[in-house]
Write a protein that binds this ligand. Structure first.
Ligand code: ZN
Length: 81
């Protein structure tokens, strides 16, 4: 008793489908996905605008580059990912 078993989850899912209807469930899922994407996008923007902008030193010349940069801006060496 107490723990949720797969059958219980299935019954719960069926009940939710019965109450809200499949169409509304799909819309809810889509809205959830959109807010999740917006959250991730905002998080990425905040990260790139923050103090972590200069995150990696160049292995060849020591020049600090942005986290997203693939090549050193000073000497052009490939940066480790
Ligand atoms: Zn360099």
């Amino acid at each position: 008793m107490g723990a949720l078993q797969p059958l219980h989850l299935l019954l719960l899912l069926g009940l939710i489908l019965l109450i809200f209807g499949p169409r509304r469930l799909v819309a809810t899922g889509r809205a959830l996905g959109q807010s999740w994407r917006a959250l991730v996008a905002g998080w990425r923007q905040g990260q790139s605008a923050g103090p972590a902008l200069l995150a990696r030193p160049c292995p060849r010349c020591g020049q600090w580059s942005t986290e997203s940069a693939r090549y050193c801006t000073a000497c052009g060496a490939a940066l480790p990912s």
